[in-house]
Design a protein around this ligand. Structure first.
Ligand SMILES: [Zn+2]
Length: 503
């Protein structure tokens, strides 16, 4: 949120939506009594003290990116992957990691993209939520004053089942270095704000008190940290339910007259992004317990761990871009072929096409080549392309150095390409005999025909057009007996046939 907070605040003021700031940027609702009872039960069962971070818990995620109805949006696959990469950094010390299950789901809906309203998730989630994963949606919620929200267990839409609830994130709060994702995931893993139940009336009887002494002498009241506030006793009592910057001088006192001193390093607080760094031990124990069974207490999100994550390998190197060559020209705008080298450990590649610094396309490719036949490239324009190697766990995107290519307009007629088929006969010829190339009906236009010998040496090269009757009589120039290959090219598409010249 950090600097972006200030930026968004400015935008909201000019939009006259100042009243919306009462949302305080995190739209997560109140924890239910069941959520709070679960946390209290953890202390009762000795789980709060369980500092177990040796075994890493891997939790699956599904990304849903909402764009306008034309498929245009300001958040890309690589943005979401970077957000997950940084999320894993935030949680790395706490024995929790996240991975991507399945591909990225794009939802093209202008109403949900430009005018997201509170309650729209009640419509969206039942359509798009995937079972047994964290469903993460990116859409612009700044108009309603939100950076994001993450439903507590047993809340959201639907409120139960293995498809329950979701995390929603505004792109403006999900850039590099933002902590919104880590914060909303905390709620999704059952963590309240540290000012829970306290910010409304910090000196009230039900607020979480500053003292941690459970045997205070009357008239002072003893600690209530186990049953009030966020239920954690290792997060200092907090009273600030609005964004605040650190360091900050505090003057607010609790019912005992003790001065509050909230911890600005807690990710679940409302301190700005540059202040927060961590979860407390008890918060970590609670998050881990939420997805597992500890000491007989069954966490409400244990359905996320079924089935477990597939193994993954580290990715130690970068792919090498192969085709098109750097500064290549004549690349058909509707038939652009990209190829790169395989990288150990990678199971997916992200291909990016840009015009200047504007991303036109990002495509997840499971192979090491991709034929682009989309509509985002124009003719006679210089574009950039690069590629990044990833897998379901390692999503930190390292782009290769960009290469450039220039397109030509309508270099390829797709219908013709799909129809490019010929039959060659006879496939055994005497020297001087003609080879018949019978093209499929409807194929027309320029043809390049080459004949090569077994070593690949070019024997013959003919530029011609497809005859009207589709039958081309190819005067084979090869005189020596042996095996030859006929290659027919039309606009980058080619087909081979093997022929034999006999004595
Ligand atoms: Zn929150």
């Amino acid at each position: 949120m950090k600097k972006i907070y200030a930026l968004l605040a400015g935008l909201l003021l000019t939009a006259g939506a100042q009243a919306q700031q009462s949302k305080n940027w995190c739209g997560t609702g109140e924890p239910t009594p069941a959520n709070l009872e679960f946390l209290e039960s953890l202390r009762d069962n000795g789980i709060m003290e369980a500092k177990v971070v040796n075994d890493i818990i891997y939790i699956p995620m599904k990304f849903h990116i909402i764009r306008n109805s034309q498929g245009v949006g300001n958040y890309t696959i690589s943005d979401a992957l970077r957000n997950m990469c940084e999320l894993n950094d935030w949680y790395a010390g706490f024995g929790i990691q996240f991975f991507m299950r399945g591909d990225v789901n794009f939802i093209n809906n202008t109403a949900w993209y430009s005018n997201f309203a509170e309650g729209d998730d009640a419509t969206i989630n039942p359509i798009h939520n995937v079972a047994n994963v964290i469903n993460v949606y990116y859409t612009n919620m700044t108009a309603i004053g939100l950076c994001g929200f993450g439903n507590f267990p047993g809340t959201g839409h639907p409120a139960s089942t293995t498809r329950q609830g979701a995390v929603y994130l505004s792109p403006g709060c999900s850039g590099a270095g933002n902590t919104t994702f880590a914060h909303e995931l905390g709620h999704h893993l059952n963590l309240p704000h540290p000012f829970q139940g306290t910010s409304g009336a910090p000196a009230g009887i039900s607020a979480e008190r500053v003292t941690r002494n459970t045997n205070e002498i009357s008239p002072r009241l003893s600690s209530n940290c186990a049953t009030a506030g966020d239920r954690f006793c290792d997060t200092p009592s907090d009273y600030i339910g609005e964004r605040w910057n650190c360091p900050r001088t505090h003057t607010q006192v609790d019912i005992n007259g003790d001065l509050f001193d909230p911890d600005e390093t807690l990710i679940m607080s409302y301190a700005n992004d540059n202040c927060v760094t961590r979860f407390s031990d008890e918060q970590v124990a609670a998050m881990r317990a939420t997805v597992t069974i500890v000491n007989g207490v069954s966490g409400p999100r244990r359905y996320w761990l079924v089935p477990p994550m597939d193994p993954y390998d580290t990715i130690a190197s970068m792919p090498a871009p192969l085709e098109p060559a750097n500064n290549a020209t004549g690349v058909p705008n509707n038939w652009a072929y990209f190829k790169w080298s395989k990288v150990p450990g990678a199971t997916m590649y992200l291909l990016r096409l840009r015009f200047n610094f504007t991303t036109l396309e990002e495509i997840i490719v499971s192979d090491t080549s991709y034929l682009y036949t989309g509509t985002k490239l124009n003719g006679n324009v210089n574009y950039r392309w690069s590629v990044a190697a990833i897998n379901h766990k390692l999503t930190c995107v390292n782009w290769t150095t960009e290469r450039f290519f220039t397109t030509v307009s309508n270099g390829v007629g797709l219908e013709a390409l799909e129809a490019l088929k010929f039959q060659a006969y006879p496939t055994q010829l005497s020297p001087g005999e003609q080879l018949h190339l019978q093209f499929q009906d409807g194929l027309q236009g320029d043809l390049a025909i080459t004949l090569r010998d077994m070593s690949g040496r070019l024997v013959q090269n003919i530029q011609t057009t497809v005859p009207e009757n589709g039958l081309y009589e190819f005067p084979v120039a090869a005189q020596s007996p042996g095996v030859y290959f006929v290659q027919v090219n039309q606009h980058g598409m080619s087909q081979f046939e093997k022929i034999v010249i006999t004595r």
